[in-house]
Design a protein around this ligand. Structure first.
Ligand code: ATP
Ligand code: FE2
Length: 322
């Protein structure tokens, strides 16, 4: 069975193709901006580029649309106008070529592609992207949320600090390289509430340092504090669940300092640590195709008449049947 997957939750429009064993295609275009994402502008950008990305994916796989056995698309969570670009294309393809269709949860797809690449079976998952910050694990057929942010996502916090420092969006990689040259650790608010996190106090305090401390010291102090908060709750979840694998996924998972902190943390727990390659950590169509493949393969297919996008679709609402 060959499945084509469409990603369009936020800034990336991607089309991936898989046979369930390997990547046959993974093409994308990304909407670039200096401020935050403007949903309508991002969706217009996607609308203009969607057919080219689809054609490129089919061409790089050496396939015709008629060779595809099923269509998957990211149904949520995400920005409504963007989600509808991918959803509309998926529904058109499914109806016109008479293929089964599945709506995939974007967060579950981030997890599934990581498990697939690293060969993990039952990891503690730390999912850190622009909008999301969650610590999860499989229990009773669902990804249960053990801890999460109570306000903004870790990536958003980094991007907002970046904007105050005059950096372009997404600021993650630039904050990371500035932090590498930080010399002084400035004390900043560290807010862990039980298993949950809040970042706004820390962010406000860090923004106040702009102009008083060097950008390097601000980036360094911010990263050390915010990552330590995340690693602390992740360690508690690991000790409690006694899982043997820790999987770090999402855009922020690219950060080398964060990976280093996780590597150190898992050692005394005799757990493995891993994170997917950049192409799979950022938003991409392949992760949607792969998760769609698993869903279709386990007998899940949706009614073509009833598909609507779900802007706020929680990871723990999905039944994991595969
Ligand atoms: P989701 O819909 O899953 O929340 P997303 O739309 O935020 O995803 P991703 O590509 O998963 O998109 O993540 C983007 C985020 O990752 C941005 O906030 C960006 O600043 C951050 N990021 C990217 N590289 C790094 C890095 N090296 N260090 C820290 N953060 C990074
Ligand atoms: Fe994402």
């Amino acid at each position: 069975m060959i499945v084509l997957g469409i990603e369009s939750t936020a800034h990336t429009f991607g089309v991936g193709i898989t046979d369930g064993k390997k990547e046959l295609a993974n093409e994308k275009v990304t909407y670039k901006t200096t401020g935050g994402i403007h949903p309508r502008e991002a969706s217009q950008f996607m609308g203009k580029n969607a057919h080219v990305v689809l054609e490129n994916a089919l061409e790089s796989a050496g396939l015709n649309i008629k060779d595809i056995d099923g269509i998957a698309f990211a149904r949520g969570p995400g920005l409504g106008p963007c989600l509808r670009v991918g959803g509309t294309m998926a529904l058109f393809l499914a109806k016109h070529y008479n293929k089964p269709i599945v709506g995939v949860n974007h967060c579950v797809a981030h997890i599934e592609v990581g498990k697939w690449e690293l060969g993990y079976k039952d990891p503690l998952v730390v999912y850190v992207s622009g909008a999301n910050t969650q610590i999860l694990g499989l229990a009773g057929g669902r990804y249960r949320i053990f801890g999460e942010t109570l306000d903004i996502g870790l990536g958003n916090a980094i991007d907002v600090l970046g904007r105050s420092l005059g950096l372009e969006f997404p600021a993650g990689p630039k904050i990371e390289s500035l932090a590498r040259n930080g010399k002084r650790l400035v004390e900043l608010p560290y807010t862990v509430k039980g298993m949950d996190l809040t970042f706004s106090g820390l962010l406000t305090a860090a923004k106040k340092l702009v102009g008083k401390e060097t950008p390097e010291n601000i980036a360094f102090s911010f990263q050390e504090t915010i990552f330590a908060m995340l690693v602390e709750v992740s360690e508690r979840a690991l000790a409690h669940t006694k899982k043997r694998e820790v999987l770090l996924v999402g855009g922020v998972a690219q950060n080398k300092r964060l990976r280093e902190m996780f590597e150190k943390m898992v050692k005394p727990h005799n757990a493995k640590f891993g994170s997917p390659k950049p192409e799979y950590n950022g938003d991409n169509g392949f992760m949607i195709a792969l998760t769609g493949w698993k869903m279709l393969n386990s007998g899940i297919a949706h009614d073509k008449g009833k598909l609507n996008v779900l802007q706020d679709w929680r990871t723990n609402q999905i039944e994991i049947r595969w």
